[in-house]
Design a protein around this ligand. Sequence first.
Ligand SMILES: Cc1cc2nc3c(=O)[nH]c(=O)nc-3n(C[C@H](O)[C@H](O)[C@H](O)COP(=O)(O)OP(=O)(O)OC[C@H]3O[C@@H](n4cnc5c(N)ncnc54)[C@H](O)[C@@H]3O)c2cc1C
Length: 366
Amino acid sequence: MREIESFDAIILGAGLSGLSVADSLMELGYQCAIVDAGFPGSGASGAPMMLANPATGRRARRMWRAEDCFDSLLKYLNKIDRITGRRCYSMNGVIRPALTAEIADDFNRSPDKYEWLPGWIEWIDSEKFSEQFPYFNTNFGGLYIPKGITLKGADYCESLVQYLESQNCYTLFGSKPEILKNGNQWIIQIEGDIQLITPIVIDATGYQQAMNENWSFIPLHPIKGQTATLHFDENIPLKHSVSSLGYIAVMPENPYQITVGSTYEHHFRDLKPDQKGLSYLQGKLEKTLPGFWEKSKSVKQWASVRVSVQDKMPVIGEHPELKGLFFIGAMGSKGLMMSRYVADILAQKICNRIPLEPSLSLERFI
Ligand SMILES: Cc1cc2nc3c(=O)[nH]c(=O)nc-3n(C[C@H](O)[C@H](O)[C@H](O)COP(=O)(O)OP(=O)(O)OC[C@H]3O[C@@H](n4cnc5c(N)ncnc54)[C@H](O)[C@@H]3O)c2cc1C
């Protein structure tokens, strides 16, 4: 028998973008469904570890709307903790060691140059830095970003789903949906004779967006990344995560492991982790924390693809011709910090018709 259900909005993709926009819409009273062809976190959002680090790039620039993004993320994390009783993150701060004198110059300038709020960033000079963090391969000092968050991506996605389901969000995972238009309605057809009907579909399918003809006018650029989670027999001395040539993620609750990660492959043939990626990450770790790799007892690899556009800003908005079809994505390497804040902006556009700012809107590509 055919199962038919209607929703105010249906979200395709249960990654950070899709799960965030579902929550934003539900806060505004929308009844939502989330459909994922795989499982929650089966895309880039399922990274074993991720960082929310507001000091970006080689100049440690304050990221776009750092405070707003951070507040939105923290509010969401606290809400989920309360309901699910699971904690998948730690606010253990991020260290940015300056590996060269030139980088040290830029880092040293960052606290004044980018108008950080008090308590967000601290320059530590070379003597103090080497004393506090003797294991880094640098004599040039570094930055400490106390607000930095380390989070287990796959666990976070699972908790988000658990939370959203507790708020009566309908979820369906593991079947690729077919999307059909019928007048003002969209029909999401799923194997096994399930039909979901809605006036609003939100595409949050990550890397798949870059291959979807509907969005071919958005110059989405996919970049593959890999991670290696190293296990040790003894406690590692790091308390904070590290942003240096990619990242080194540390969760204080598990002092026997670190995750080294980087997104760097602009041309790739498949989505699997490989030996080349492992060697690349080993080289990166060696430059920052010499001797760590060889002490590890086992390594687990993971790979995925993130998408971005040239201006490195997220992309949201309604398709110019296909009314009721919305896009959220291109979170780049800042999905954790940006997705919840940007999802609120899209939800306000959908529910209250608040115009999108041009720097986020997909209209900037038309
Ligand atoms: C190695 C690596 C490390 C990273 N580290 C960080 C970090 O430290 N900090 C940070 O902020 N960001 C990091 N990122 C980037 C971050 O992962 C992304 O910005 C973010 O996860 C993108 O989320 P998304 O929801 O847009 O896409 P995704 O997480 O890719 O989600 C897309 C979802 O859509 C589903 N889907 C695909 N096709 C369909 C379909 N036809 N129908 C329904 N569902 C479909 C997929 O199964 C998937 O679950 C990293 C990325 C990588 C690859």
